[in-house]
Design a binder for this molecule. Structure first.
Ligand SMILES: Cc1cc2nc3c(=O)[nH]c(=O)nc-3n(C[C@H](O)[C@H](O)[C@H](O)COP(=O)(O)OP(=O)(O)OC[C@H]3O[C@@H](n4cnc5c(N)ncnc54)[C@H](O)[C@@H]3O)c2cc1C
Length: 389
């Protein structure tokens, strides 16, 4: 019998494209339509991200999602496209902690290891031997991922996911969603800005930084807002060949990129408004914070040449900095796949697979993403993810 059910996915970034693809993998035979307003992806978070993956998180579900994300990226040619070349570099993350946070970080390390993450603790002597370019002052604990962590080309990943979805008969239409048609406790369709509409039995909110706005069309207070993050690209007299992604105690980060490096830092809380449509890099952050903080940690950066900078939007979950995944409790065919607060690409494979499992089997059959459900927001029970950058 022909499957007549229909899934509409708002947002054709990495979450939307992989959700379409995983629905087919899970055996969904009905119609799948991804609604994407801008096929150039000029402002999409996926295209503007730092495209890195780590297993070092404070919440177990995030570690599990990253382990699957890593497996997915490593096997991308078998899974998505034999031609896919995402330039995966597996140099790990080196995360530094000072005395006040070391205890918490040790507990997180034990949890990560118990789930199979290959993360080791290093002391100052280890740091001096392995990373002689690093100043280890005030470092109480350093943790290094020895597998399943690194970085890749997000644009290449997005294009591979998009092509793979199209090949599996997932339609990607250029349109701007602007509202919903509902009937009691169900979504019946998605309305477009051009006046047309798309009937749907399931609707996935994968609109990234704009997903809070999409939820508001239904009167749902999803605490996800766009927050601007600036990435600086620079050169320095230092080889990045074996260098991991470095997260300093100060919150500044850097990693190799091509012949140079990229790096950044979160703006101060009182200088971090809802980004609206502002994609202008915060240039002041480089001179004021990123450069001095990184140069104190990596002395070779005292001589630095800034090449360029860009800014993108995090889909920031203001409630607890964790993803929001799965159905709305009162609107069961409206599914969230958003709120990842800076770690949405690495978790896209696991989240997309979970959404597909929910649609096809009515439950999560691999990673239980239940802890990321909207229920915690409705019940005002945050599950904070402290390892965000
Ligand atoms: C500077 C920066 C660095 C980052 N670094 C990392 C990192 O190292 N590792 C990591 O895992 N993550 C990182 N992230 C986060 C990551 O990029 C996001 O979590 C991820 O890309 C989210 O994917 P998405 O598909 O949900 O969103 P997007 O890629 O933004 O896709 C959403 C799409 O929805 C479309 N859309 C929105 N509203 C509508 C509408 N009404 N109608 C139709 N289409 C609509 C948009 O055009 C957009 O293309 C970073 C983000 C930024 C900004």
């Amino acid at each position: 019998m022909q499957d007549t059910s229909r899934v509409a996915i708002i947002g054709g970034g990495i979450i939307g494209c992989l959700t379409g693809w995983f629905l087919r993998e899970a055996g969904f035979a009905g119609a799948i339509t991804i609604i994407e307003r801008d096929p150039t992806y000029r402002f999409s978070s996926t295209a503007l991200s730092a495209a890195s993956i780590r297993t070092q998180f404070a919440c177990p579900v995030n570690v599990s999602l990253s382990l699957f994300g890593s497996e997915f990226l490593r096997s991308i040619q078998n899974r998505l496209d034999p031609e896919a070349d995402i330039g995966l570099v597996q140099n790990g993350y080196l995360i530094l902690a000072s005395a006040p946070s070391a205890e918490m970080r040790r507990a997180a390390l034990a949890m990560q290891q118990s789930l199979g993450a290959k993360v080791v603790a290093l002391d100052r002597a280890d740091l001096a031997t392995r990373f002689p370019w690093l100043n280890s002052e005030q470092v109480e604990l350093a943790t290094l991922g020895t597998a399943d962590e690194g970085w890749f080309d997000a644009w290449a990943l997005l294009q591979a996911a998009r092509r793979a979805a199209l090949r599996r008969d997932v339609a990607i239409i250029q349109a701007e969603a602007s509202g919903f048609e509902t009937d009691g406790g169900r979504i019946e369709g998605v309305r477009m800005a051009d006046g047309s509409s798309l009937q749907a039995d399931w609707c996935v909110n994968a609109a990234g930084p704009l997903s809070g706005k999409v939820a508001r069309w239904l009167g749902i207070a999803l605490p996800v807002a766009p927050k601007k993050r600036t990435v600086f690209h620079f050169r320095a007299p230092l080889s990045g060949k074996d260098m991991p992604m470095l997260f300093d105690i100060s919150g500044a980060w850097m990693r190799p990129e091509g012949e140079g490096f990229i790096g950044g830092i979160q703006p101060a809380a009182d200088a971090d408004p809802d980004a609206g449509e502002d994609f202008e890099p915060d240039h002041y952050l480089f001179e004021d914070r990123v450069w001095p903080l990184l140069a104190a940690r990596v002395p070779a950066l005292e001589q630095i040449r800034l090449l360029n900078a860009w800014a993108g939007h995090y889909e920031m979950n203001l409630f607890d900095h964790n993803g929001v995944v799965g159905p709305h409790p009162d609107l069961p065919n409206f599914l969230f796949a958003t709120g990842f607060s800076g770690h949405g690409i690495m978790h896209a494979p696991g989240v997309a697979r979970a959404i597909a499992e929910h649609v096809v089997h009515g439950r999560y059959t691999s990673i239980d993403v239940g802890p990321l459900g909207f229920g915690r927001i409705a019940a005002d029970r945050p599950m904070p993810e402290s390892a965000i950058y």
